[in-house]
Design a binder for this molecule. Structure first.
Ligand code: GDG
Length: 513
C-alpha cells in the first residue's frame, strides 16, 4: 500500500473486472512489434483509458484524505507493460468533485479526471447505469432514455478523449475500456490519425433488435469505430456489433472487419480472465486455508456449503437462485445440513433499480430463514458487505458448490476465481449459460436460471457429485483458467492490435464451443 500525493473521498464498489487478483508479475508481453516506450515531452506511448482509476480515495485516522491501490486483474495484467512503457492510466476517482489530476501510485502514472455532481447523476448513474447497463443486458430492467443524460455522456467522453490525446505520444497505443467510454475512440481519432486505438467491451453487446432502441445508436457505433480493434467477451457479442454496423450505420462488413471510410476496423472475441496464479497462491496460504476451515466451523460444519458472490446487481440472478434454494429446502432435496452463503457486495446504491433489487433480495432471504431457520442456525447467511481478497479466497475454499446464475453477464470472473482457488480439484460450479464464462468452463453444470426446475436439478446434482466426477470436471476448468489467464488476454488483445490495421487475417481466439 503506497501513500500518494492526492486527497479526498470514500472507496467505491468493486469496479467491474478490477475487484480481485493481484500479482506483481502477470507475465505480460505486448507482442513482437508493439514497440511501447516512453514518449517525448513527458507523454506516453501506452495509454489506458478506463472509467475508474485503479485506486480508491480513503480517509486516514486524522481525517486526511489519501489514495489506496485497488488492485485487480486488469491492473495486474497491464502493470508490467505500464511500467516498461512508462504508461499512463486515465480514469475517474469515483467521487463528485474536481479532478485529482496527475499522480503516481505503485510506481504507475495515473491521471484522475473529475466529474461534477450533475455529471455523476446524469452521466454515471443516468446514462451509464440506467440506460446502457440495462439495455446491454437484454433489458432485464427497463432502460431509461433521457436527452440530458446523453448530453452528459458526450461531454464526459470528450473530457476522457482529450486527456488521452494530451497524454499520448506520437504513434502511441491507446486502450479504451468499456461501455462508459464508447465515444472516446472516435473523439481521439478526430484529433489523432497517428495513434493505434483498441477498445474492449466488458459487458455484452446486445442483439440488434434491442440495441436499436437506443436513440443514439448510430453515434455509439460511429464512436466505437474510431478504434482499430474492438474486443468483446464472446463471439456472439462481436457478431451483434457487426450487425449493428450494418443496420444502424449502413456500413459494409466482411468477416470480422468493418469498412469505415478509408479505414478497416476489426471486431473479435477476447474473453477476459483472472490472475490465476496469484489467486491460487492466496488460496494455498496457511492463513487462508485455516480461515476456510473456521468458516465451515462457524456455519456448524454443514454437509454442503453453497456459495454465491456477486455485486448486488439485477443481472446476477440472485432472486432466481434464492427461489430455487427455497424450494429445494421445502422439498427436502438437499438434506437438513445445507447452508447458502450469499455475499452481495453493495453496488450503485443511488440507482433506483438497485434499491428495489436490494429490498427484493432481502425479503426473499428473510422468508427462507423465517420458514427454515432454527434457533442458532439459519439456511441463508446473507452478507451485504465487501471483503478483502483473502476472505474471498477463504469463502471460495469453504464452498462445496458455487452458484453463478446470471441472467446476462459479459464474462463473470467469480466463476473463474472459484475454479482458480480449488487447487485440490474438489468442488462443483453451477453456471448460467448466459455468462461469457459458460463458453469456456465446460466442466460446469450449465443452467438456464429462468428454468427454476432445471436450476434445482443442477444444484442437487452438483451437491451430490462423486469426488471422482468432481475432480474430472474441475481439472478441465482449471486447465482452461491456467492457460487462459488475464495476461494471456491482454497479450492477445495488444498483440492483435499491434498488427492492426494493415496486416493479414485477424486472429480470432479459438473457444471450445
Ligand atoms: C464486469 C462484467 C465481466 C465482488 N465482491 C467483492 C469483490 N468482488 C470482485 C469479484 C470479481 C469482481 O468483483 C466481479 O467481477 P464479475 O466478472 O463477476 O462481475 P462485474 O462486476 O459485473 O464485472 C462482467 C467483468 O466486468 C470483467 O470484464 O466479467 O461480466 O459485468 O473479481 O471477486 N472483491 C473483493 N471484495 C468483495 O466483496 N475483494
Amino acid at each position: 500500500m503506497s501513500p500518494m500525493r492526492k486527497t479526498a473521498g470514500t472507496p467505491g464498489e468493486p469496479s467491474p473486472g478490477l475487484g480481485f487478483g493481484i500479482g506483481p508479475d502477470a507475465g505480460f508481453g505486448a507482442g513482437p512489434d508493439a514497440g511501447f516506450g516512453a514518449g517525448p515531452g513527458g507523454r506516453h506511448r501506452f495509454v489506458v483509458v478506463a472509467s475508474r482509476l485503479p485506486v480508491d480515495r480513503t480517509e486516514g485516522p486524522d481525517g486526511e484524505l489519501d489514495w489506496r491501490p485497488s488492485p485487480g486483474g486488469l491492473v495486474s495484467a497491464l502493470e508490467p507493460v505500464m511500467r516498461e512503457a512508462r504508461g499512463v492510466w486515465i480514469g475517474w476517482s469515483g467521487d463528485a468533485g474536481p479532478a485529482p489530476g496527475p499522480m503516481v501510485c505503485m510506481g504507475l502514472d495515473l491521471v484522475g479526471l473529475g466529474l461534477s455532481a450533475e455529471q455523476v447523476r446524469d452521466y454515471y448513474e443516468g446514462f451509464c447505469n440506467a440506460t446502457l447497463w440495462p439495455l446491454y443486458h437484454d433489458v432485464i430492467a427497463p432502460p431509461e432514455f433521457h436527452r440530458r443524460w446523453w448530453d452528459a455522456y458526450v461531454t464526459v467522453n470528450r473530457s476522457f478523449a482529450q486527456a488521452a490525446v494530451d497524454q499520448a505520444a506520437p504513434g502511441a497505443t491507446i486502450w479504451v475500456h468499456d461501455y462508459q467510454l464508447q465515444l472516446v475512440p472516435q473523439m481521439v481519432r478526430e484529433q489523432r490519425g497517428d495513434v493505434r486505438i483498441g477498445f474492449f467491451n466488458h459487458i455484452p453487446f446486445p442483439g440488434y433488435e434491442i440495441f436499436a432502441q437506443l436513440p443514439w445508436r448510430r453515434q455509439v457505433v460511429n464512436g466505437l469505430l474510431g478504434a482499430d480493434l474492438l474486443g468483446f467477451q464472446r463471439r456472439a457479442d462481436a457478431t451483434n456489433f457487426l450487425r449493428a454496423c450494418r443496420r444502424a450505420a449502413g456500413l459494409a462488413t466482411r468477416g470480422a472487419t468493418v469498412r469505415a471510410g478509408d479505414r478497416q476496423v476489426r471486431a473479435a472475441a477476447f474473453p477476459i480472465s483472472i490472475d490465476t496464479d496469484a489467486l491460487e497462491q492466496i488460496a494455498q496460504r496457511d492463513t487462508v486455508r485455516k480461515r476456510a476451515a473456521e468458516i465451515r466451523l462457524a456455519l456448524d460444519e454443514p454437509d454442503t456449503v453453497l456459495l454465491g458472490i456477486d455485486r448486488l446487481d439485477y443481472t446476477k440472478g440472485i432472486p432466481h437462485r434464492l427461489r430455487a434454494y427455497g424450494e429445494l429446502l421445502r422439498e427436502g432435496r438437499l438434506g437438513p445440513r445445507v447452508v447458502l452463503v450469499q455475499v452481495a457486495s453493495p453496488s450503485r446504491e443511488r440507482v433506483g433499480a438497485y434499491r428495489v433489487l436490494r429490498d427484493e433480495v432481502e425479503l426473499a432471504v428473510s422468508r427462507i430463514n423465517g420458514e427454515h431457520a432454527e434457533v442458532g442456525s439459519a439456511p441463508v447467511h446473507y452478507l451485504h458487505q465487501s471483503y478483502p481478497r483473502e476472505e474471498m479466497a477463504a469463502l471460495y475454499l469453504a464452498a462445496d458448490v458455487m452458484l453463478v446464475t446470471s441472467l446476462r453477464d459479459g464474462m463473470n470472473l467469480v466463476a473463474k476465481e472459484y475454479v482458480a482457488c480449488r487447487y485440490d480439484e474438489s468442488g462443483a460450479l453451477v453456471l448460467s449459460e448466459f455468462t461469457g464464462a459458460a463458453d469456456e468452463l465446460s466442466g460446469a453444470f450449465l443452467v438456464n436460471p429462468h428454468d427454476i426446475e432445471g436450476l434445482k436439478d443442477a444444484v442437487v446434482r452438483a451437491a451430490t457429485i462423486s469426488p471422482a466426477e468432481a475432480r474430472r470436471r474441475m481439472r478441465l476448468m482449471r486447465k482452461r483458467v491456467r492457460e487462459h489467464d488475464v495476461a494471456y488476454w491482454a497479450e492477445s488483445f495488444l498483440g492483435t492490435l499491434a498488427r492492426a490495421p494493415d496486416s493479414g487475417p485477424l486472429e480470432v481466439l479459438e473457444l471450445p464451443l
